[in-house]
Design a protein around this ligand. Structure first.
Ligand SMILES: OC[C@H]1O[C@H](O[C@H]2O[C@H](CO)[C@@H](O)[C@H](O)[C@H]2O)[C@H](O)[C@@H](O)[C@@H]1O
Length: 620
């Protein structure tokens, strides 16, 4: 389907709202095209993102679809859309409501703020007419269970201001100060506002279905949400630098991808936004990857948001391991282990990209980097809090033991290739990270015996990589049986496997920059050189481009690092968001959005540019 004729808005045009239980995507025309209830990984009730008949909720001026301006309320995940129509001006504000923060503002990084779980399970949309007179419309057309079940509407009370939508065993309530009419599966309202008039609508899905009583109440809830996000952000230490707005938007996005009840984070808000336009590289990212989340923790620690990271450590410590004692590579946001993948073949997919996948078949893959990711986080946690919590020690032992057993084996690698297992260099180097960090943790515990065992194994892994994983040109390669490049080898300097002064690191960074880049954006690998078990060429991978910034900083090439960073800032979405990939030819975002990987790597890259030494700042 030609993008110019596509009924689907570009991926980068969506605004992201979150209440840290679920999130919504709002299209420029004021339509909520993605919302899963009650949690990130629940079935969608508004799924227009993946099929134009799978549910939407529009609120905005009647007959005008292109807004004048869209922006987040500064320092928040609350959206403001300004509309200029032939007859006047409107401002709409959209928020997934967070309740007021009670108690004193907490300043120490390790103290959990009080009453933080104040989500109201409610989407509130307010409108004010600034000048003239404008007709506002509301069209709420849910389709439960990823579009399978249209809503049955029931008016509540006798004033036509409240209606319940039911389907697939779920009910939510629509409340508004406009008069609701029911037409089949949709609830509709239209109302003319004049200068100074306000109106609101709200969807609520908590057990009580409590809703705002009037527009003033609705505005107060939006204000409370603004206050919540600003208070949250005020606790982050963000460098005073021109990168500050990008760091702040990334911090707010990462927090917005966190599931508050457990502290787990989702890799992205969405499922099945294609990595290859019209292709099969469509994945469900609404789960918690150990790798993605432990990388996120680094970013949170860097921002001084240690208690957020502490929550996740508790989540990891409580996870149910597999039969051999190791962790899965990913879990549900509630800690569940089974994420069996299925397809929803009745959905068209975004711009025809099929299949739409629910669940993720990678959940039981062998990916040997995961032990290093966990142990690096535990060391970071220990360094930041100046002690190694006793309940984490069994995890250190089990992950180090698993890494000792696993590192010699081939695996699916950090990119979760669905092809033949290989001896991926980045998996081996994360194996080195696992045993290096385990040895350091044993030293902190005065356990000389384990320290010596784990250090000796780390040395063996390092020697193995340097013998089998380096090409004749002195460049780290993708796996032991190929000359192909892979951007994940940039992790070598970022995790301290070799220093930036080592010629092999310089050669690797420069090879990726020169041979794995398109117009300065980095591919994770070349799909024509790598059998990942899938068809189609993908876009450049944004985390890899941010890694290049960080890696260039480690080899002292600050001008080049800055140049790549500035290029990356220029391709951010108009609201400062990043999807997973960027297609250079058409200058568009691809893949799931917003993607934690991209935002957390932005924070690390910014940290390395601003500080020159990110890990020193992390006290490692
Ligand atoms: O490319 C194939 C794989 O793509 C997805 O994995 C990617 O996303 C993960 C979550 O951010 C990330 O941890 C991984 O490194 C990426 O390659 C997908 O989830 C996999 O099922 C798929 O095989």
């Amino acid at each position: 389907m030609s993008p110019s004729l596509s009924p689907f808005p570009p991926i980068a045009d969506y605004a992201f709202l979150s209440d840290c239980h679920t999130g919504a995507l709002v299209a420029p025309d004021g339509s909520v095209d993605w919302l899963c209830l009650p949690a990130f990984d629940s079935a969608s009730v508004f799924g227009n993102l993946l099929d134009r008949g799978a549910g939407s909720f529009r609120f905005g001026p009647y007959d005008i679809n292109v807004p004048t301006a869209r922006a987040y309320e500064p320092g928040t995940n609350v959206m403001t859309t300004t509309w200029h129509t032939p007859s006047g001006w409107l401002v709409v504000r959209d928020a997934l409501v967070m309740g007021p923060r009670r108690g004193a503002d907490v300043v120490t990084p390790h103290t959990r703020p009080p009453a933080d779980d104040d989500t109201e399970h409610m989407l509130v949309r307010t409108v004010e007419c600034l000048r003239g007179s404008v007709e506002v419309e509301l069209v709420c057309e849910p389709a439960f269970d990823y579009g399978r079940t249209p809503a049955t509407w029931t008016l509540v009370g006798d004033d036509d201001h409240t209606a319940d939508a039911t389907g697939a065993g779920q009910t939510f309530r629509l409340s508004t100060d406009m008069l609701i009419g029911i037409e089949g599966g949709s609830a509709r309202a239209r109302h003319v506002l004049s200068t100074g008039d306000t109106a609101f609508c709200a969807l609520s899905w908590s057990a009580t279905l409590a809703a705002p009583t009037d527009a003033q109440d609705a505005v107060a809830r939006v204000e409370a949400t603004i206050h919540f996000w600003r208070q949250w952000l005020s606790r982050a230490r963000v460098p005073d630098h021109h990168l500050r707005p990008a760091i702040e938007r990334s911090a707010l996005t990462i927090k917005g991808l966190t599931y508050m009840p457990t502290g787990a984070t989702v890799a992205a808000l969405t499922t099945s936004l294609p990595e290859t336009p019209g292709g099969e590289r469509n994945w469900d990212y609404r789960y918690t990857w150990i790798r993605d989340t432990t990388f996120t923790l680094q970013a949170l620690h860097y921002l001084n948001l240690d208690w957020e990271a502490d929550e996740f450590m508790q989540f990891v410590a409580d996870l149910e391991p597999t039969e051999d004692g190791s962790l899965q590579i990913m879990y549900g946001i509630d800690g569940r282990r089974d994420l069996t993948e299925s397809t929803r073949d009745e959905l068209s997919g975004y711009e025809g990209a099929r299949p739409v996948r629910i669940g993720n078949g990678a959940f039981d893959q062998r990916q040997n980097d995961v032990y290093g990711a966990v142990l690096d986080s535990i060391l970071l946690h220990t360094a930041r809090s100046s002690h190694l919590p006793r309940r984490l020690w069994p995890l250190v032992e089990s992950q180090a033991t698993a890494a000792m057993k696993a590192w010699r084996e081939p695996d699916q690698g950090i990119w979760e290739a669905r092809g033949k297992p290989q001896h991926y260099v980045s998996s081996k180097l994360m194996g080195w990270v696992a045993l290096d960090r385990a040895a350091k943790l044993a030293a902190i515990r005065d356990d000389a015996e384990r320290e010596a065992t784990w250090r000796a194994e780390a040395d063996v892994i390092r020697a193995d990589i340097l013998e089998h994983g380096v090409s004749d040109a002195g460049v780290l390669r993708q796996h032991y049986d190929t000359e192909a490049l892979d951007a994940s080898t940039l992790l070598a300097p970022l995790f301290g496997f070799l220093p930036g002064t080592d010629p092999r690191i310089r050669a690797t960074v420069e090879a990726v920059e020169r041979d794995l880049s398109e117009n300065g954006f980095v591919l994770r690998y070349r799909t024509d050189e790598t059998d990942d078990g899938l068809s189609g060429k993908e876009g450049t991978f944004l985390i890899c481009s941010f890694w290049l910034v960080s890696a260039l900083a480690t080899i002292g090439e600050m001008d080049r690092a800055n140049a790549v960073m500035e290029r990356l800032l220029r391709i951010a979405s108009p609201l400062g968001l990043y999807a997973e990939e960027f297609e250079v030819e058409r200058a568009r975002h691809l893949g799931n959005v917003p993607q934690a990987f991209s935002h957390l790597a932005l924070i690390e890259a910014a940290g390395r540019i601003v500080l020159d030494d990110y890990r020193r700042e992390l006290s490692l």
